[in-house]
Write a protein that binds this ligand. Structure first.
Ligand code: ATP
Length: 366
């Protein structure tokens, strides 16, 4: 994958007037989306994700800063320029936004009519798109006759009609069940791989990022607080917001309540090890070899992020005190980050644990 940016934000701010207050929905954002990648934007409700993405195709206008898309300074475009730009950027939505009174084929055809494509070409293109999304047999149906996943496929076919280089997906799977979500995400992967379309995907689910994104930006109160390749952000989250997201998506780290319950049956020394960049995984037997100590896994899990092992394991280590210390030291050398929770008699807090949020709507006002 090349590193050439296809979308560049520089000092981008978008302000909404709300009564006498001004709300910085997007606040001085610098960001590059690379050509050919699937770029995730995550954050809680109200963080500014939709606004940021709607600035790319100028559904919203910036108040400050510049945005370049595929070599064009979109923040300077007039109405005519904007129409051309929008033909190069497809968009799909959580609620699909289909025309209920038009058939599937007519929905997909719509952007081609706007672009004044001749009828024969339109028909051929619609057939091709429906084939691509696996809905050739539904051309004459109406949206109400389709499942949620099928509706989103129609939305995707319509968004791809004019062969855009960029696809914006705003919570495109949030209204779908997990299995359908997986199907739609697989389709987005195919669009990215086979058609070379750059995808900017907004989601509040880290599991979606984990499954399809190459890189990710975390937004909070209008700011991009952290961004980078998905594995790095998952393995070394710097911001509290990011850690909270990862904790919710992959609940392999025990909450204080779970630790308390685990301690009832495991009074020995508990250690939480993050499994990042452990390559082959964790050889638990090697931790205790030659020592008068035992180590057993009492909580946790391991999954794949960006095709590499990622997770967290909580171990109970028991035995001769010096040997227990040595096990913990060995663990520290092979695992990513290790947090010592002490024993039931002398408990220590999990310094990496992030409390879940109470409020969903955290927004900067001025
Ligand atoms: N047209 C508008 N007028 C006034 N305020 C707006 C407008 N659009 C968005 N906002 C506000 O800007 C803030 C950011 O909204 P935005 O929709 O970008 O957040 P989000 O992260 O996408 O959240 P959600 O997932 O809930 O859509 C919110 O406080 C929202 O109420």
């Amino acid at each position: 994958m090349t590193v050439e940016p296809i979308i560049t934000f520089r000092g981008v701010t978008k302000i909404f007037a709300t009564g006498k207050d001004q709300l910085r929905a997007v606040d001085d954002v610098d960001l590059d989306v690379r050509r050919g990648e699937i770029f995730g934007v995550v954050g809680y409700s109200g963080a500014g994700k939709s606004t940021l993405v709607r600035l790319i195709n100028m559904l919203e206008r910036v108040d400050a800063g510049t945005i370049d898309v595929d070599g064009r300074r979109v923040t300077d475009l007039d109405e005519r320029g904007l129409r051309a730009l929008r033909a190069d950027i497809g968009m799909i939505f959580q609620q699909f936004n289909l025309f209920g009174g038009r058939t599937v084929a007519r929905n997909v055809e719509y952007p081609l009519r706007l672009a004044k494509v001749p009828k024969a070409q339109r028909r051929a293109r619609v057939a091709e798109l429906l084939e691509f999304v696996g809905l050739s047999d539904k051309a004459r149906r109406y949206p109400a006759q389709l499942s949620g996943g099928q509706k989103q496929r129609v939305g995707i076919a319509r968004a791809l009609a004019t062969s855009p280089n960029i696809l914006l997906a705003d919570e495109a799977t949030s209204a779908l069940d997990p299995e359908t979500t997986r199907d739609v995400l697989n389709l987005l992967r195919r669009i990215n791989r086979e058609l070379g379309v750059t995808i900017v995907l907004i989601t509040h689910e880290m599991s979606v990022v984990q499954y399809v994104c190459h890189r990710v930006a975390v937004m909070e109160r209008g700011k991009v607080v952290e961004h980078g390749d998905v594995y790095t952000v998952f393995a070394n989250p710097r911001e509290t917001a990011t850690r909270r997201f990862i904790q919710t998506a992959l609940n392999y780290r025990p909450s204080p309540e779970i630790v308390a319950r685990v301690r009832e049956r495991h009074p020995g020394r508990l250690v939480v090890a993050s499994l990042a960049d452990t390559g082959a995984g964790l050889d638990v037997s090697a931790l205790t070899s030659g020592l008068d100590a035992s180590a057993s896994v009492v909580f946790g899990g391991v999954t794949q992020v960006a095709d590499r092992p990622f997770g967290s394991l909580t171990l109970e280590v028991a035995g001769a005190p010096a040997d227990v210390d040595e096990v913990v030291a060995r663990l520290g050398r092979v695992a990513g980050a290790v947090v010592d929770l002490g024993t039931a008699a002398n408990p220590l807090p999990d310094v990496r644990w992030v409390e879940p949020r109470d409020s969903e709507d955290e927004v900067a006002t001025r």
